[in-house]
Write a protein that binds this ligand. Structure first.
Ligand code: AMP
Length: 395
């Protein structure tokens, strides 16, 4: 699907409502911003628009407030934005109504204004017509740069786009769709997909889609234990989904029918305690003792998967291969991150919240071609779904 791009728009002197994803992660106790990647990621679009004399009105959701919750105000984000932008930016205490309208009417060309949390209004998540009309009233042009919110048909990414005829994708959203779209429609081959994480049920549609488009699928994480059970093995205390065993069998059959390489781990790192630095040992595939819990892929699996990754021309990775939050059970995930980073001749894409966190923790993000900013959105995109926020920008 062809999307309108910023270069299709004339924004000079126009009021541009720009939906960004400033849903940053914060410290649970202090509320301090822990990671401002999402703010930094929006800067190229803000620069593009201000360089052309637009009045840039930013809007975003933040957390899941029920009504006006001061703990989920975007005010601290606006302060961090000013720091990152390096020039003053304004903040409006509400995203619609008199407060927002007044703030917009005070703007000059090239100014940047951030509106308060969209989710202070129930109309945002309800994709409400009256709420989106209030938002649309603020602007002449609509730009969506919030890939992280593109899978939700909420007012600021969906209904509002219908009300503002002049609209386009921001640079970040355009880049996301370009890379993820390439993986689905025109991948370089061989294409290797690494899938991990907690549950088969969360990823089943991606697994099925990837069996269609990829050449090799590598499975790790807790979801691999459901496949082990499907082969008749016991997995001790390891996490698996009893009701997805049949589905796991079906998926393997599907991969075999389509002639795809579908590789499961060769070994596991098992422990009796789910805690950091717990005593652990390596056992072979299907050899998890009773009362033991497998928390990572073992060294033979790392070697096998790394060989596949080294020969790939396109790599897509979603989901950690073990409990990367706990040392030393992060070793498998970090080794795979290194293998992906080391293949500089491949286009590598990491999508999905936890795998992105793992790559960041391994300090390898800058070695990945494209680190997606959307967890749920990248997952749904890779399922082959047309996301509402993307569909709304159709040419
Ligand atoms: P997801 O959000 O589905 O990608 O799952 C990510 C979570 O899966 C992470 O928090 C990991 O700790 C968890 N995970 C990965 N491997 C295992 C495992 N072997 N046992 C338990 N949890 C795991």
């Amino acid at each position: 699907m062809a999307m309108s791009k910023l270069s299709d728009l004339d924004v000079s002197g126009k009021r541009v409502l720009c939906r960004v994803d400033f849903n940053v992660s914060t410290d649970k106790k202090t509320g301090e911003i822990k990671d401002d990647t999402r703010i930094v990621a929006a800067l190229p679009t803000i620069k593009y628009l201000t360089d052309r004399g637009a009045k840039v009105i930013l809007c975003s959701h933040f957390g899941r407030p029920e009504g006006r919750d001061p703990k989920l105000s975007l005010k601290p984000v606006s302060e961090r934005l000013t720091e990152r932008w390096g020039k003053p930016t304004a903040f409006a205490d509400d995203c619609v109504g008199e407060v927002a309208e007044k703030a917009v009417s005070a703007m000059k060309n090239g100014d940047v204004l951030l509106l308060e949390n969209l989710r202070y209004h129930a109309g945002e998540e309800a994709d409400d017509a009256a709420f989106s009309a209030q938002l649309a009233k603020l602007a002449d042009v609509y730009v969506d740069d919030a890939f992280g919110a593109a899978h939700r048909a909420h007012a600021s990414v969906h209904a509002v786009a219908k009300l503002i005829p002049q609209k386009a994708a921001g640079l970040l959203l355009e880049k996301e769709v370009e890379y993820l779209g390439k993986a689905l429609e025109n991948p370089e081959r061989p294409m290797v997909v690494i899938l991990g994480g907690a549950k088969v049920s969360d990823k089943i549609k991606v697994i099925e889609k990837m069996i269609d488009v990829a050449d090799t699928i590598l499975i790790g994480g807790a979801m691999s234990y459901t496949f082990a059970v499907a082969e008749g093995f016991s997995v001790g205390k390891s996490r698996f989904e009893a009701d997805k065993v049949e589905l796991a069998r079906h998926v393997r059959k599907l991969a075999a029918e389509k002639g795809k390489k579908f590789l499961l781990p060769l070994d596991h790192v098992v422990t009796q305690k789910f805690e950091a630095h717990a005593p652990h040992q390596v056992v072979g595939w299907g050899k998890i003792p009773d009362e033991w819990d497998s928390l990572d892929i073992g060294p033979k699996t790392v070697e096998l998967f790394s060989k596949e990754i080294a020969t790939a021309k396109m790599i897509v990775w979603n989901g950690p291969l073990g409990v990367f939050e706990l040392e030393p059970f992060n070793a498998g995930t970090f080794a795979i991150a290194k293998a992906v980073a080391a293949n500089t001749s491949a286009t590598s894409i990491v999508g999905g919240g936890e795998s992105v966190a793992a790559v960041k923790k391994a300090k390898l993000s800058d070695k990945i071609t494209h680190v997606s900013t959307g967890g749920g959105a990248s997952l749904e995109f890779l399922e082959g779904k047309l996301l509402p926020g993307v569909a709304a920008l159709a040419k």
